[in-house]
Design a protein. Structure first.
Length: 320
């Protein structure tokens, strides 16, 4: 399913469905009231007396009074912190023909797990950032963050990730950027950062350790002292298929890592490598070994040959 939050101005009623703590509801209201023009509130187990004055002034609904709005344009903004509670309320909202979304999607961070709970796998936020993804994710694992409040029209396409042990964060610091991640990748702790018109692409079957940064752009401008012209122009990042990136690696704008390569621990590189099946290491990174292939199998198994491994995906990318 998909939802386009750019259409919020078309709704006659924008109603908070709150079953969380008053503290959380107050906080999220303050973060989102600049975007969402709330007209009503539906409270479930929330202490009304602890709500701020603005929330207390909204029209209060219950299931009976809310159902009378079926024929009107209604957007329900869910503010339930428990995943099971969110999944329980969604069928009721759908049965009544109401559009629905989650409240934190209108702050600076979108936690993909909330989109899972809502049943969405294609989501366009109110700034026009287009997010598509496969798979289900636990809370605090996969984030999309607008690093600039009005970062807009970026495209994020995330394949079917094997697992995320800590977190995968995509920070958007500009407009019209593209982040694309293939299928069967795994992440420990990774930060991807883009700016206007930037591209970060990651192929299939890649493996990323902890902590790793893919910085498509420098944080600030650098100029030539004599000409006053910018010298650190934005450059893109391309990671091929079946690439293993080790601990504490920084991959910078302009970098290309071809298929079936290994990037060694503590490597820093912005180089455009062209040869597959290599080990890249150092600061700055360089090829230190050629003609390699790697497998996900745990090294404690102490296999002597690739043929003993369960994971032979790398063979697929030798000649592709």
């Amino acid at each position: 399913m998909e939802f386009n939050a750019q259409n919020i101005s078309a709704y006659k009623h924008i109603i908070i469905y709150g079953g969380c703590s008053a503290e959380y509801l107050n906080s999220m209201y303050l973060k989102t009231k600049g975007v969402l023009k709330y007209t009503g509130i539906f409270l479930n187990k929330t202490d009304y007396s602890k709500l701020n004055n603005d929330l207390q002034s909204l029209t209060q609904y219950n299931k009976d009074t809310l159902s009378k709005l079926r024929d009107e344009s209604v957007l329900i903004i869910i503010a339930l912190q428990n995943s099971e509670n969110i999944k329980r309320i969604v069928p009721y909202v759908k049965e009544n023909g109401f559009a629905y979304d989650y409240i934190s999607n209108y702050s600076s961070v979108i936690d993909i797990s909330f989109l899972n709970d809502l049943g969405y796998n294609h989501y366009i936020d109110y700034c026009g950032n287009d997010i598509t993804f496969k798979g289900e994710y636990k809370r605090n694992k996969l984030f999309i963050r607008r690093g600039r409040e009005n970062a807009s029209n970026n495209k994020i396409n995330i394949g079917d990730i094997l697992f995320i042990s800590n977190s995968l964060k995509v920070n958007l610091y500009g407009n019209n950027a593209t982040v694309k991640i293939g299928n069967s990748c795994s992440f420990c702790e990774v930060l991807i950062q883009t700016t206007t018109d930037g591209i970060v692409e990651i192929g299939n079957s890649c493996m990323f350790s902890i902590p790793i940064g893919l910085f498509q752009v420098d944080g600030h401008h650098i100029f030539d002292l004599n000409t006053k012209e910018r010298i650190n122009k934005n450059k893109n990042i391309y990671i091929g298929n079946h690439v293993w990136v080790g601990r504490h690696v920084s991959i910078l704008g302009g970098c290309t890592i071809p298929d079936n390569c290994i990037v060694g621990s503590n490597t820093v590189t912005s180089h455009k490598f062209t040869e597959k099946n290599c080990v890249i290491a150092g600061n700055p990174g360089k090829v230190i070994r050629k003609d390699v292939i790697w497998a996900r199998d745990d090294q404690s198994l102490n296999y002597a040959t690739l043929y003993e491994c369960n994971d032979k995906v790398g063979l697929k990318y030798i000649n592709d």
